[in-house]
Design a protein around this ligand. Structure first.
Ligand code: AMP
Length: 598
């Protein structure tokens, strides 16, 4: 196996450029693909994930073989999205920057075709294109195809997924039949084999890693929670990995919007990427994510396709994808370019068989992880804070003039007191947040059905029963309003509630049970006595309050405004009011991470 780029036999101008880029030795896909392209005329099917270095695997030898004196197109690279198209053109430009006369043009939909036609007229040896636009240009006879000697189909499976089959067929029929075809794909669905059979000859198949396997340095973790606890699990996972930089995959645009919105409202560094955004909005979000101004990007599979980011720490499957192959694509977005990554799946109990299917496909085992407890999260955050403090750069000259006053103010504190106060300043909100955090893990083998009875309140909470339910038009908002008004104490923490037909079960801080009993003694609603009592049975899975609906003005709410008003009941009820409540972590009051890396 060839170990160095020098041995591989690419032009010296390319060697100089890639040395500057820091490429020390060829990656496995490059070791296998480059010699075949340089030394033979065979077609290639390479099964390789994105992030394995495949752009250089075809880009370096193809540029090496370009005749830069001939201004006609010689290589067409087809790829699924505008973003990938631009990325390929950019990478190739970087590789070929010392080759005078080399021109690479990117053509893609959603941009002025006239400008692209002008660029092509000026001469370009390499065209990176999306299939739709390429097809259009060919139909308009704006591309001279006579000297095309190579067509690359990059992310071929994605192009097929996106419905480009017809365009690909047309293009492959129009280019000279003497050309060679290089096909790169992360997976090998039957349609790819069909293309190969129809349009390729003397094909050499190259597999990097295991066929259809997830990237080697990706660990696959799963968490099992009730479906209703999915979002809460996501928040805890995000809190447990303070330096997370990842994509959260959702199934639908709506879910993407909802999750991103909730995360943003809850103070996380997140945004959404989905098909309802204009190209300009998409570019903006992607750019912010690339620059790490956003830590978590909530995206649909289609929208995330064009995004090239190499150093994701995590990919989170908010829902497992319907199609097992999509899982491979998602998880392949982390663990790139030799880095390690974690692909997390938040599952509910019924999804175990799907995990087994995926395991079979990726030939790797999932590791069952427990959603971290409040204590574990606090510990992790605390250590992260200390780490950040340890490594922070001190600008001696700039702070020097302020230090005497600071020293003076702090001189009364001992070392221990100083440390305690420093940690508490940043940390009290977190501790408070997770004070009553319940365990939301569900055993992966649990026989308990979603929504089946649970007869225990969370730790620190007592389960109460009130004789108002759906029949009375009762809802969580009204419950909160009622407790607000009757107790006149907005700090009482309410956990989960389960509104049944004729009654409601709700969790209340155990220390406040007597207050509730006292406050509700002898009250009536529309002429009916209202009773609150301890519950002896629990007839349903409690629903987590949508905390945001009711807002929060908790004192630990950080410096971010809580947003939603807390006005609770509506209609003809008289017990409206404002209060806060908790259980797990209320929204809007995510402790802000100061000095964030991102
Ligand atoms: P790709 O699979 O083409 O998207 O490449 C993934 C990443 O690996 C890109 O950031 C490339 O710049 C980088 N890369 C490609 N080849 C090498 C190499 N031989 N050494 C180091 N990095 C590389």
């Amino acid at each position: 196996m060839i170990e160095t780029f020098e041995e591989i036999g690419i032009r010296s101008e390319l060697l100089k450029a890639i040395t500057e880029l820091g490429y020390e030795k060829p990656m496995p896909v490059q070791q296998q693909v480059i010699p075949v392209i340089l030394q033979s005329n065979r077609d290639i099917i390479a099964l390789a994930q994105t992030g394995t270095g495949k752009t250089a695997a075809f880009g370096l030898p193809l540029i090496s073989n370009i005749d830069e004196k001939n201004k006609n197109p010689q290589v067409i690279i087809l790829c699924p999205t505008r973003e990938l198209c631009l990325q390929i053109a950019n990478d190739l430009n970087n590789y070929g920057k010392y080759i005078i006369g080399l021109e690479i043009v990117a053509v893609y939909g959603g941009a002025s075709i006239e400008t692209q036609i002008k660029q092509l007229k000026q001469g370009a040896q390499v065209i990176a294109a999306t299939p739709g636009r390429m097809n259009d240009l060919i139909r308009r006879k704006k591309v001279n195809l006579n000297d095309i000697h190579t067509v690359v189909l990059d992310e071929a499976d994605e192009m097929l997924n996106m419905g480009f089959q017809e365009e690909l067929n047309t293009i492959l029929e129009m280019v000279p039949s003497t050309r060679r075809t290089l096909l790169f794909s992360a997976t090998m669905p039957r349609e790819i084999a069909n293309i190969a059979a129809k349009y390729m000859k003397e094909t050499q198949e190259i597999t990097v890693g295991t066929k259809n396997a997830g990237a080697e340095n990706v660990k696959h973790h799963y968490y099992v929670v009730h479906a209703s606890d999915r979002y809460m699990a996501l928040k805890r996972i995000a809190d447990f990995f303070p330096d997370i930089y990842g994509i959260i995959f959702c199934r639908t645009r709506q879910e993407t919007k909802d999750v991103a919105e909730k995360l943003m409202k809850d103070g996380y560094s997140a945004d959404a990427l989905h098909g309802d955004l204009s190209q300009q909005q998409r570019d903006y979000v992607m750019q912010r994510f690339r620059l790490k101004n956003i830590q978590m990007l909530v995206a649909t599979d289609v929208a995330a396709r064009g995004l090239d980011v190499d150093d994701l720490t995590h990919v989170i499957n908010y829902n497992l994808p319907d199609d097992v192959e999509i899982y491979t694509h998602r998880s392949g977005r982390t663990g790139r370019a030799g880095k390690s990554g974690i692909s997390i799946s938040i599952c509910h109990t019924k999804e175990k068989f799907r995990l087994a299917q995926i395991e079979k496909m990726i030939k790797q085992k999932f590791e069952h992880k427990l959603v971290p407890s409040g204590k574990e999260i606090c510990e992790k955050q605390m250590l992260c804070l200390i780490d950040r403090m340890e490594t922070v750069e001190v600008n001696e000259s700039q702070i020097a003039e302020f230090l005497p006053v600071v020293y003076k103010k702090l001189e009364v504190l001992t070392r221990e007191e100083l440390i305690k106060k420093f940690v508490s300043t940043e940390f009290n909100r977190f501790l408070e947040y997770y004070k009553n955090a319940t365990d939301i893990n569900v055993s992966a083998n649990s026989e308990r059905r979603e929504g089946s009875p649970r007869n225990q309140a969370a730790q620190g909470f007592t389960l109460l029963r009130i004789n108002l339910g759906k029949m009375d038009g009762f809802n969580p908002r009204e419950l909160i309003g009622m407790i607000n008004d009757q107790t006149r104490d907005r700090s009482i923490v309410i956990g989960k509630a389960d509104i049944q037909k004729s009654f409601t079960l709700f969790e209340i801080e155990s220390s406040q049970v007597d207050t509730i009993f006292k406050a509700f003694k002898g009250i009536e609603l529309n002429g009916r006595r209202v009773f609150v009592e301890r519950s002896r049975e629990y007839g349903g899975e409690p629903r987590e309050f949508k905390r945001r609906e009711y807002g929060s003005e908790r004192s630990y709410g950080g410096d971010r405004p809580s947003g939603a008003s807390r006005s609770s009941s509506g209609g003809d009820r008289s017990y409206s009011g404002k209060r806060s409540f908790g259980g797990d972590r209320p929204s809007g009051d995510k402790p802000r991470r100061r000095d964030r890396k991102y």
